[in-house]
Design a binder for this molecule. Structure first.
Ligand SMILES: CC(C)(COP(=O)(O)OP(=O)(O)OC[C@H]1O[C@@H](n2cnc3c(N)ncnc32)[C@H](O)[C@@H]1OP(=O)(O)O)[C@@H](O)C(=O)NCCC(=O)NCCS
Length: 378
């Protein structure tokens, strides 16, 4: 059997499985970037049903496979052992094992960066979680279980990888052969857009004495004096800033970004008296870190407390957070007192973990859960 015949047979099998759909130039470029040409040896094994069919045929008909196409056979101890090794990953469910084996041999697992039973199982679990989470969140976008599940499914948690890390983008051709959006579009991009993209509230926020609004160009002069003051910055991780650096901070904070960093200035009677930040983070963006400063000449009047209360309300009511934390240098008594005034709990006293201005210092983490905050409300 000559190579041409082999290729023709492989192409025929591929078209039987995938149908005949056009590959655009961009699709060819994508496939060349992520896949490699199949060898004649691999093609012979494909026709015997022992290795997966090509993942794609380029528009010139070249069969393309994942770079690690033969790797699983090696791990299994040879191509003859591949089937038994593969199905052993579903010991209690032989029907699913065989179904997945068939799917694997079809070459259509093109959504995965690495095609292996472990990744196939992970993808199945993460998609199932994302699907349940989306249903829960459509009923209540703040539901903490829904946020946790979706966060894990999309972004992963610690040692559990999320779909973002192991799904390939796929191509326009894939939308044609699979008859709809790609797996990544359905289970990463759409839920991220719908549930994991923060939407800002209507600014400004108003409290009894203050107005809180995002930073804007022109705020620099009001902040320059404080940021030049060594006392003011002594317990912050950053050092003093000169006027150009302050201007640069204001410019960066004025940009919309991805919505996870909310930087606000607090004004009293039109004068900037301090600033507050809220950083959305954690699994399903369900946690926030809060931070604050008050300009030295406005300290001691309760402005920082008043601003922080408004930011906590924003965190729990508008962003639907489950928990808000504050991290501080343990020597920062005024900041710790502010946490206590806000009813936050000192959860952690870390010993010597903070490298700040030439020394290792202790740090505290204060936290407040949504239910604790609700219980404080009159
Ligand atoms: C941390 C920091 C924001 C705390 O500022 P603060 O002035 O102590 O906090 P407030 O603005 O809430 O003011 C509270 C004080 O005003 C008093 N006060 C007066 N009127 C008040 C009112 N209407 N409501 C509440 N408190 C009032 C409070 O009794 C309290 O005084 P006390 O500490 O003597 O008991 C400030 O020290 C600071 O900016 N430090 C530098 C930057 C920094 O370290 N940031 C924190 C990093 S973790």
């Amino acid at each position: 059997m000559g190579d041409d015949t082999l290729i023709d047979q492989v192409r025929r099998r591929y078209l039987e499985v995938n149908g005949d759909h056009p590959m655009s130039e961009a699709d060819d470029v994508y496939v060349r970037e992520h896949f490699v040409e199949a060898t004649p040896e691999a093609m012979a094994l494909m026709l015997e049903g022992r290795l997966p069919l090509p993942s794609y045929l380029l528009s010139d008909g070249t069969p393309m496979v994942p770079a690690e196409h033969g790797r699983l056979a090696e791990i299994a101890g040879g191509v003859d052992r591949l089937h038994d090794w593969f199905v052993a990953f579903w010991p209690d469910d032989p029907a699913t094992a065989e179904e997945e084996w068939g799917h694997y041999l079809s070459g259509q697992y093109v959504c995965l960066t690495e095609v292996s039973p472990v990744r196939i199982r992970m993808k199945t679990r993460r998609v199932a979680e994302a699907s349940v989470a989306v249903e829960i969140l459509r009923r209540d976008p703040h539901d903490p279980i829904g946020r946790g599940m979706l966060g894990q499914a999309v972004d992963g948690v610690l040692a559990v990888p999320g779909l973002e890390s192991f799904l390939l983008p796929m191509t326009a051709y894939d939308r044609l052969r699979f008859g709809g959006p790609t797996v990544r579009e359905t289970w990463v991009e759409a839920p991220r857009r719908e549930f994991l993209t923060p939407v800002a509230p209507v600014w400004p926020l108003r409290t009894e004495r203050l107005l809180l609004r995002p930073f804007r160009p022109g705020d620099e002069p009001a902040l320059t004096e404080a940021w030049a003051d060594e006392d003011y910055t002594s317990l912050l991780l950053s050092g003093t800033m000169n006027p150009a650096e302050v201007a640069e901070m204001v410019r960066r904070r004025s940009e919309p970004g991805d919505g996870t960093f909310i930087g606000l200035v607090a004004e009293h009677d039109g004068e900037v008296v301090g600033d507050s930040v809220l950083i959305l983070q954690g699994t399903g963006l369900s946690e926030g870190e809060i931070g604050w400063t008050v300009m030295p000449r406005h300290a001691g009047r309760g402005y920082a407390t008043e601003a922080a209360r408004a930011v906590l309300r924003l965190a729990f009511e508008h962003y639907g957070l489950r928990r808000v934390v504050a991290n501080l240098d343990a020597r920062n008594d005024r900041s710790a007192a502010l946490c206590e005034r806000l009813g936050m709990r000192r959860e952690v006293h870390r010993r010597g973990d903070f490298w700040s201005k030439g020394t290792w210092t202790d740090s505290y983490e204060y936290a407040l859960l949504r239910e604790e905050w609700l219980a404080q409300q009159p």
